[in-house]
Design a binder for this molecule. Structure first.
Ligand SMILES: Nc1ncnc2c1ncn2[C@@H]1O[C@H](COP(=O)(O)OP(=O)(O)OP(=O)(O)O)[C@@H](O)[C@H]1O
Ligand SMILES: [Mg+2]
Length: 171
């Protein structure tokens, strides 16, 4: 089984990974390197983009029983996507403490508020789970990921995370 660990930047994917025991983890960045695919510059945004269809074809050939970490991992033909979530106002603090520019902080808060990654994941992974990391330590997030990998995905169903009340307070 291939499992994606995805979520808006700042939801705590990389912080949880070193605390997950007994599961092989690979980052999307590592897979890009291994595949030899060259990221392309998006002239509109200045961001480096990777061809996720080409990367999916590469991922189809790697060994199963792997957790693929990164905010594009749910697009790579996985069996299950674990989407880390975080209240936008807590995400704001996490991203500000990483030194993100205000415009980037806002962009990610908005993406989290309107479930961008969750909706993408639902469109391409047969099983999707959500973990609300807002009040969890990274060790607790790692335990929840292990529980899902051990077959307890029903404890983390899609739909139990809802930022609409918080977003209404923005207006
Ligand atoms: N569970 C947590 N509780 C409190 N702070 C956290 C938690 N997880 C991560 N953080 C903090 O939030 C910031 C972002 O965490 P991290 O780098 O793990 O996010 P990420 O999801 O890997 O982001 P990216 O997609 O940009 O790689 C870091 O400063 C980290 O210390
Ligand atoms: Mg990360």
């Amino acid at each position: 089984m291939k499992v994606a660990l995805t979520g808006t930047p700042g939801t705590g994917k990389s912080s949880a990974v070193p605390l997950i025991e007994g599961i092989r983890v690979v980052t999307v960045g590592r897979l890009v390197e291994e595949s030899g695919l060259a990221p392309e510059l998006d002239l509109a945004t200045g961001a480096l983009e990777i061809d996720t269809d080409a990367l999916s074809r590469f991922v189809a050939g790697i060994e199963d029983n792997v957790l693929i970490e990164g905010h594009l991992s749910h697009l790579l033909g996985v069996d299950t996507a674990i989407v880390l979530r975080c209240s936008p106002k807590v995400l704001q603090k996490r991203l500000e403490s990483r030194g993100y520019a205000a415009v980037k902080v806002r962009e990610n808060m908005e993406a989290e508020a309107v479930d961008v990654i969750l909706i993408e994941a639902l469109g391409c992974a047969p099983t999707v789970c959500e973990i609300d990391t807002t009040h969890l330590s990274s060790a607790e997030v790692a335990s929840a990921i292990s529980a899902i990998m051990a077959g307890e995905s029903e404890k983390y169903p899609v739909g139990h995370v809802d930022w609409s009340q918080e977003v209404l307070d923005w207006f």
